[in-house]
Ligand binder design. Structure first.
Ligand SMILES: Cc1cc2nc3c(=O)[nH]c(=O)nc-3n(C[C@H](O)[C@H](O)[C@H](O)COP(=O)(O)O)c2cc1C
Length: 359
């Protein structure tokens, strides 16, 4: 086993070179993020739709966006309380959201140490956080080209560069994938083997910066971490394995779906956001793939570009993700990474971290 790398993101240095990836809707809420941070890794709250079950959200008042602001701040405070004073808490905000700017501001005002942002290019992220210089900003990319586009834009417009990059591999990751089409998901140029060294080279040779590159997608055990280190990554981000933990915020039925999933159950779909996504083929997804899905009504207008809202193609993703969180097997969208087939027990966060980082 090689020595651990040091992961320093802006002013923040977790004890371990590990980030638990943000997983919406509320698969990684305050409890998961707080417990991961308590163990010395970065715990990440996914900001998307966090208010869905909160007493602040009154659908009849159409106050989804206002309620999200309150709940994001509450979640950061709760995660911090669990994590203790040294815990590092990140918030994951998706560019594709209608209230992206408001969610980012809420995360910064709520005291997030790091904002991690993908599902689109976070070109205006520094603008939304300009009053919070200690909040580190980390775009999620799938290639050096995307890293360079973001960096050049930030330097020119805001005079700053990213504090790190998460390089996420579409062939294995969960949730929305950084590829334009389903075919592109398996493009070898977007594999960790190609994209991580490419981004590392870009950071060193063109940016001439000392910022970390963090590998995500398909990381499950220590061998995967060693592989990421050997590609030049300074840390890893893991999603699927942490979704299926005791501390994971989703319902027990969500976790059971992970335990039951077999290779043939893991499929790619076109999401209403216009991106491919990886999910478990439950009755809802099977019907969708068959062209027969019945959507629940749009309840929040949550995506800037939503195929369902525009043309009634696809489905209301917010409703489907909330159903998955609640464990509604027939109607939910159960996002997962390809490693979901390895989930065979509900683990404790501390046990996973002790296995991955034994000393
Ligand atoms: C259930 C689920 C929900 C996710 N939701 C988000 C999200 O809201 N925003 C985001 O940037 N990534 C999201 N992801 C991606 C993860 O943060 C992580 O980067 C990815 O899953 C890493 O691959 P792994 O699952 O193989 O470890 C999600 C993943 C899963 C499994």
């Amino acid at each position: 086993m090689s020595a651990n790398k040091i992961l320093k993101i802006g002013k923040h240095q977790p004890k371990l070179p590990l980030i638990q990836g943000g997983m919406g809707v509320e698969i990684s809420g305050a409890n998961l993020a707080g417990n991961v941070a308590k163990c010395g890794a970065v715990g990440t709250i996914a900001s998307v739709g966090l208010c869905h079950a909160s007493p602040h959200f009154h659908p009849e008042k159409h106050n989804y966006f206002e309620a999200n602001v309150i709940v994001i701040k509450e979640a950061i405070a709760k995660a911090r309380e669990i994590a203790g004073p040294d815990g590092i808490i990140a918030v994951n905000c998706m560019v594709a959201l209608t209230d992206y700017d408001t969610q980012v501001r809420a995360a910064a005002e709520g005291g997030a140490d790091i904002i991690i942002s993908g599902a689109g290019l976070p070109l205006r992220l520094p603008d939304y956080t300009k009053d919070f210089p200690d909040t580190a900003l980390v775009p999620i990319v799938s290639s050096a080209k995307a890293a360079s586009l973001i960096t050049r834009h930030w330097e020119k417009k805001y005079g700053r560069v990213p504090d790190g990059f998460v390089v996420e591999e579409p062939a294995t990751a969960g949730g929305h994938l950084g590829a334009m089409t389903i075919e592109q998901v398996y493009d070898p140029a977007l594999s960790l083997e190609r994209a991580v060294p490419d981004v590392v080279k870009y950071v060193k040779e063109e940016m001439k910066a000392d910022i970390p590159v963090i590998a995500a997608g398909g990381i499950w055990d220590r061998n995967d971490i060693e592989r990421a280190f050997s590609l030049g990554a300074s840390g890893v981000q893991m999603g699927t394995r942490f979704a299926c933990t005791e501390e994971g915020d989703a319902s027990p039925r969500f976790k059971q779906a992970y335990l039951d999933a077999k290779e043939e159950d893991v499929v790619l779909i076109h999401s209403p956001a216009g991106l491919p996504g990886r999910a478990i083929k439950n009755p809802f997804v099977a019907k969708y793939l068959d062209g027969q899905v019945e959507s629940k009504p749009c309840f929040a207008n949550c995506l800037t570009h939503c195929k369902y809202r525009k043309t009634r193609e696809t489905f209301c993703i917010a409703a489907a993700l909330v159903d998955a969180f609640n464990g509604n097997w027939d109607t939910g969208l159960f996002f997962c990474g390809s490693n979901v087939v390895k989930a065979n027990k509900i683990e404790k966060v501390a046990d996973i971290i002790a296995e991955l980082f034994p000393d």
